[in-house]
Design a protein around this ligand. Structure first.
Ligand code: NDP
Ligand code: 8X3
Length: 252
């Protein structure tokens, strides 16, 4: 049985990834900051799929908290085959002049530094095993920049650079490094981006059938079910009505 470590499993993609990997018979470490949701998910997955699930509650922006959580891993979760770096967010969507420095720091600390903290803890374990797979959740924002999104886009460009760099540096250790780059997916993402404004968040998807978290779990399943000699570098996936980061066809 394989073991996966997924960040950000309390909602959205991460929660769907946890269900999908449990269905594929992985034991899973699920993480996030909302402990009640983690515990509920752990119980459901264990009952439904008969896999072992370990909830670890911590903030990926806090390196000491990441290290402490990691230090509590019981023996059976210490051999991690798959790391899914998913925890992340956008904060704000305003022109550069009107946007908030705190939002920038939140995005950089979570999407870039948090990803690095977790990866730094798990890579040595994978090197010792001479096998493993890292899947970073990027975005089409990592490919193209869009108005009012410069720093979010910068964080996802950084994720892509880290993904490509890891692929080079881990090549001789038998470790695969992949990414998934989605366009608009309706999760809690836009509610978080607009600081809890549900109306504004709904407006993002007006006239569009967005992707849903299950669509992204399909991409993850494709990547992890390839034969060992096959490495998927990236899957880009958009709604039919979204051509790129800034051109959508809304039917209102
Ligand atoms: P959600 O807001 O639904 O989920 C985000 C998850 O990340 C939550 O489980 C949240 O858990 C966790 N998270 C956020 N900040 C932290 C933190 N500081 N420490 C630990 N966990 C954290 O959004 P999505 O599922 O949509 O987003 C998942 C990833 O996909 C992100 O990296 C996002 O950038 C990316 N993405 C999203 C797209 C979209 O349109 N939805 C498109 C392309 C990429 P908790 O709050 O409990 O800590
Ligand atoms: C989020 C994708 O296009 O909504 O990563 O910014 S988009």
């Amino acid at each position: 049985m394989k073991t996966a470590f997924i960040t950000g499993t309390t909602s959205g993609f991460g929660k769907s990834f946890a269900y999908r990997l449990a269905k594929l018979n992985y034991n899973i470490v699920i993480t996030g900051r909302r402990e009640d949701r983690l515990n509920e998910l752990a119980t459901t997955l264990q009952n439904e799929f008969k896999v072992d699930v370990l909830p670890l509650c911590f903030d990926v922006r806090d390196n000491e908290a990441c290290k402490s959580a990691f230090a509590t891993l019981p023996e059976k979760f210490k051999s991690i085959d798959l790391l899914v770096n998913n925890a992340g967010l956008a904060a704000g969507a305003s022109p550069f002049n009107d946007s908030d420095l705190d939002d920038y720091e939140r995005m950089i600390d979570t999407n870039v530094k948090g990803l690095l903290y977790i990866t730094k803890l798990i890579v040595p374990m994978m090197i010792a095993q001479q096998k493993g797979h890292i899947i970073n959740i990027s975005s089409i924002a990592g490919i193209e920049v869009y108005p009012n999104g410069s720093v979010y886009c910068a964080t996802k460009h950084a994720v892509n650079a880290i993904t490509k760099g890891l692929r080079l540096d881990l090549l001789t250790h038998g470790i695969k490094v992949s990414s998934i780059s989605p366009g608009m997916v309706e999760t809690e993402f836009s509610v978080v981006r607009f600081h809890g404004d549900e109306q504004k968040a709904k407006g993002v998807y007006a006239g569009i059938v967005p992707l849903n978290a299950e669509d992204i779990a399909d991409a993850l399943e494709f990547i992890v079910t390839r034969p060992d000699h096959v490495s998927i570098n990236d899957i880009q996936i958009n709604p039919k009505q979204q051509a790129n980061t800034y051109l959508t066809h809304r039917i209102l």
